[in-house]
Design a protein around this ligand. Structure first.
Ligand code: 8Y4
Length: 275
């Protein structure tokens, strides 16, 4: 088990680099070529300053085919093992499958990033037993249909109620509260307007006094606004940081860190002006 407590207590946000190991991303030349390509992508993000690498083998895009736990294990476990041979970077696993959680925990990871918030049978117990950190993400509906007319009473209040219940369930299952991270799930059962509201009102998710994570990177709400989706994502992530986001899940580690450094230096200099 890798502990993120120290990293989470730093003043600066954590940048989580996205490593997709779905066949469409890393499978042009057989299994070994796939693992090597994934490794070099992970090491590049680490060099660029990523604090965590999020390894995912299930695509949650609308219309994506369901994957079996076996398929997901075959994709994810060899990549985790390979990264661990070459780097001490904390690893997060993007999965909803208890089988994958369990195998990954045995290999040694820091956290589970679950877009289904540990809702599958046995998931919470695995996180508890291995003292893993876990990101509980909000999603309305299921990946295949979540974007057909999502509706809320009050978006932020509804998500906060979901967080309240999910945190309570996790604590009852034996997970320490301080292992939990909350994510409002940008793009998961949200309209364009909902997604913008999430960023505008992001600070309201701080009421739980748990770290807030966001995944804005390259998503369609942002590419609809900006032709340059990388620059657009960096802008969204800066706003999220200013609203208190603690973990930024991104494809573009270098660009995100450059922008964060500038904003943090300006903030630091402003505090100095007060003296
Ligand atoms: C281009 C690239 C367009 C990627 C869309 C996407 C989140 C997440 C995803 C998130 C947390 C994605 C696994 C969707 N999004 N986990 N995972 N929060 N915690 N789409 O927002 O990146 S996958």
């Amino acid at each position: 088990m890798q502990d993120l407590t120290g990293l989470l207590n730093r003043p600066e946000p954590l940048v989580m680099g996205i490593l997709n190991v779905t066949p469409d991303s890393f499978s042009d030349g057989g299994v070994h070529a796939g693992v090597d390509l994934a490794l070099s992508s992970a090491l590049k993000m680490v060099e660029q300053g990523a604090d965590i690498i999020d390894v995912g083998g299930e695509s949650t895009r609308p219309g994506a085919a369901a994957v079996s736990a076996t398929q997901e294990l075959d994709r994810v476990i060899p990549v985790i093992e390979k990264i661990k041979c070459h780097s001490a970077v904390p690893i997060s696993v993007d999965t909803s499958s208890p089988e994958v959680m369990s195998e990954a925990a045995s290999v040694g990871i820091a956290m589970i990033n679950d877009v289904r918030a540990l809702s599958r049978q046995g998931a919470m117990e695995i996180v508890a037993a291995h003292h893993l950190h876990a990101c509980l993400m909000h999603m309305q509906g299921q990946p295949g249909s979540m974007q057909d007319n999502p509706r809320y009473n009050d978006l932020v209040d509804d998500i906060n109620l979901f967080f309240e219940k999910a945190v309570q369930r996790c604590c009852l299952a034996g997970i320490s509260r301080d292992r939990l991270i909350l994510d409002p799930g940008f793009g998961f059962g949200k309209t364009y307007q909902h997604n913008l509201t999430l960023i505008n009102r992001l600070a309201e998710f701080n009421v739980h006094e748990l770290p807030v994570m966001v995944g804005l990177s390259r998503k369609s709400t942002l590419s609809r606004i900006a032709d340059d989706v990388i620059a657009g994502s960096v802008g969204g992530n800066i706003m999220a940081f200013l609203a208190g986001a603690k973990i930024l899940r991104v494809h573009d580690v270098e660009q995100t860190l450059s922008a964060l450094r500038v904003v943090r230096e300006i903030l630091r200099s402003g505090e100095e002006d007060e003296n």
